[in-house]
Structures are given as structure tokens and as C-alpha cells.
Design a protein around this ligand. Structure first.
Ligand code: AMP
Length: 289
């Protein structure tokens, strides 16, 4: 249902006051943190939040401290008008859009490290990235003290890190992790897909193909990680423009490497194309295979 459009709030204090007022009025508030340039993946989180909550708050903030040196912070797509129009269509009540200067005054030096979980997978090729993620999410949770927060499983390691941070630091918020929304050919939706050339875009389906292959061989009874990884890597020739950053099978909770698939694991891949680095993952549960 359409309404007058979301309230746009840039002040952290005004944002918190609003959510506190709603909650004291017994409204159940759902929060969807984003970096904007909203696509169907984000919409699915907003819809999930609307289903469970009375009020949905979205944040749009391109967080400078989660970009590693040399990454795309400056050119990251910023499309606030389209984003606000979509939020309006989806019935979002308020959009929190702080400025970098307000959110990170020059005197701000506190950072949150979720040890161990931030090391493997994307942590290796993007050192410091997850410190930036944990710090911004902690700050956002203070500005938007919602009942529930919604994240996408496309960023599986991010989900695990936030889950651990919430538990370790006693954040009074419940988390929901939502399935990855894909393009018709299987490519996970991402703002960075827009960077891809036509040829890169065609080859980008390789990530999903590798994960499908992993699911298939595990379903057929294979339990050796080495064999599964070999089966996945046979497909890398399909994407000559891509350079494999990592292709790993790790414990679904600890993200530590395993040799045999005896309990739920995550197959995670990252491929660097000349124009964008893409990630994807699949949860493999041998109990269901
Ligand atoms: P971002 O704006 O890329 O930081 O993403 C904001 C939230 O949307 C994160 O929780 C992401 O995991 C989630 N998200 C991004 N892409 C997708 C997708 N294709 N499917 C589901 N969730 C997604």
C-alpha cells in the first residue's frame, strides 16, 4: 500500500527518539540496514520486516570504514531518490541517512573486532572490512533500537559476525537472516553487479554454478571437502575473465576449515572480475543430502 513516503532522518538522536517513542507506544519495529542503491535483495528484507513488524526503518549509509584501501568507496552507486521511492512503495516508515561527518566525527576512534570470525574468507582479502562492518552495525543498532534487524544470507560471514557481536555484547535485538535473491540465471543480486561488462556479466554465473555443483555432489553422498572443491574448481574455466579469490568449505558456525562434511557447512566463493569482486555461498547440510 502506498503512503506519503518515509520520514527521512539524518540525525542519530532524532532517529533514536523516534524509535523509542514508537516502542513505548507498543509498536514492533523492524530495521533493515543497507548501503542504498536498493534492489530486489533489499526489498525482500524490507518485505520480511513488514511481515513481522508494525513499523519498518531502513538505513542508507555508505560506510567508509568498511571499504579497504583501493576499494570503490568513492564510486559506490548512490541513488537516494530511487531508494526513497522504493521505500515509499514498500511502506517503509522512516529512512535513516546520517552524513559521514555526523556518524564518524573526527574524534571517533572506537572499533569493534569480532575475533576469529573476521579472519577467514573475505577477511583475508579485505583486511579490516569486518571491523568496519561490526562497528557500523553496532552504531546503527544504537541509533535504531529496533525489536528485530534483518540481514541477507548473501553476506554469510557478515551474518555470523553480527550474530556473534549481538550475543557477546548483549545487544537487545533479535536477528533475522533472509535468503539470497537472485537474477534469473542464478547470479546473486548485488549493487556491484552494475559494474560488470557484458562479457563479465555472462561469466559471473560461474559462482552459482560452482555452488550448484557442490550441492549436487554432496547430495550424491560425497563427504570429502577435497573432492567437492575439485568438482567446483573444474568450472572455473567457464569464467576466463574472473580470478578465483577463494573457494572454501567451512563449518557453518565457526567458519573454520573442515576436511569432511559431517555437519552443516558453507561453501563460499569469491571471484575477482576486472570490474568487480563478487561473492556467493550455499549452506550444505549433510543431514538433508
Ligand atoms: P548492502 O546494501 O549491500 O550493504 O546490503 C544490505 C543488506 O542487504 C545486507 O544484509 C545484505 O546481505 C542484503 N543483501 C544484499 N544483496 C542481497 C541479495 N541478493 N539477497 C538478499 N539479501 C541481500
Amino acid at each position: 500500500m502506498e503512503h506519503n513516503g518515509p520520514m527521512v532522518i539524518d540525525s542519530p538522536i532524532a532517529m533514536r527518539d523516534l524509535v523509542e517513542a514508537l516502542r513505548s507506544d507498543k509498536q514492533r519495529v523492524g530495521f533493515v540496514p543497507t548501503m542504498g542503491n536498493l534492489h530486489e535483495g533489499h526489498s525482500s528484507l524490507i518485505r520480511a520486516a513488514s511481515e513481522e513488524c508494525d513499523i519498518v526503518v531502513v538505513s542508507i549509509f555508505v560506510n567508509p570504514i568498511q571499504f579497504v584501501a583501493g576499494e570503490d568507496f568513492e564510486r559506490y552507486p548512490r541513488t537516494p531518490e530511487n531508494d526513497l521511492a522504493l521505500c515509499r512503495q514498500l511502506g517503509v516508515e522512516a529512512v535513516f541517512m546520517p552524513t559521514v561527518a555526523d556518524f564518524y566525527p573526527r574524534s571517533s576512534t572506537t572499533r569493534i573486532t569480532v575475533h576469529k570470525l573476521e579472519q577467514p574468507l573475505c577477511g583475508r582479502s579485505r583486511p579490516g572490512h569486518f571491523v568496519g562492518v561490526a562497528t557500523v552495525v553496532a552504531k546503527l543498532f544504537h541509533c535504531v533500537p529496533a525489536n528485530l534487524a534483518f540481514f541477507g544470507l548473501k553476506d554469510y560471514q557478515q551474518c555470523k559476525i553480527i550474530e556473534r557481536m549481538v550475543r557477546d555484547l548483549d545487544f537487545p535485538i533479535e536477528l533475522r537472516f533472509c535468503p539470497t535473491v537472485r537474477e534469473p540465471d542464478g547470479l546473486a543480486m548485488s549493487s556491484r553487479n552494475a559494474y560488470l561488462s557484458k562479457e563479465e556479466r555472462k561469466q559471473a554465473v560461474v559462482l552459482r554454478n560452482m555452488l550448484d555443483r557442490a550441492e549436487y555432489v554432496v547430495k550424491r553422498g560425497e563427504r570429502s571437502v577435497e573432492v567437492v572443491r575439485n568438482a567446483m574448481s573444474e568450472l572455473s574455466a567457464m569464467a576466463p575473465l574472473g580470478k578465483l579469490d577463494y573457494m572454501e568449505i567451512v563449518d557453518a558456525d565457526s567458519l573454520e576449515p573442515v576436511q569432511r562434511i559431517a555437519s552443516p557447512v558453507v561453501a563460499a566463493v569469491a571471484v575477482k572480475f576486472p570490474s568487480a569482486r563478487l561473492i556467493d555461498n550455499a549452506l550444505l547440510n549433510p543431514a538433508n543430502a
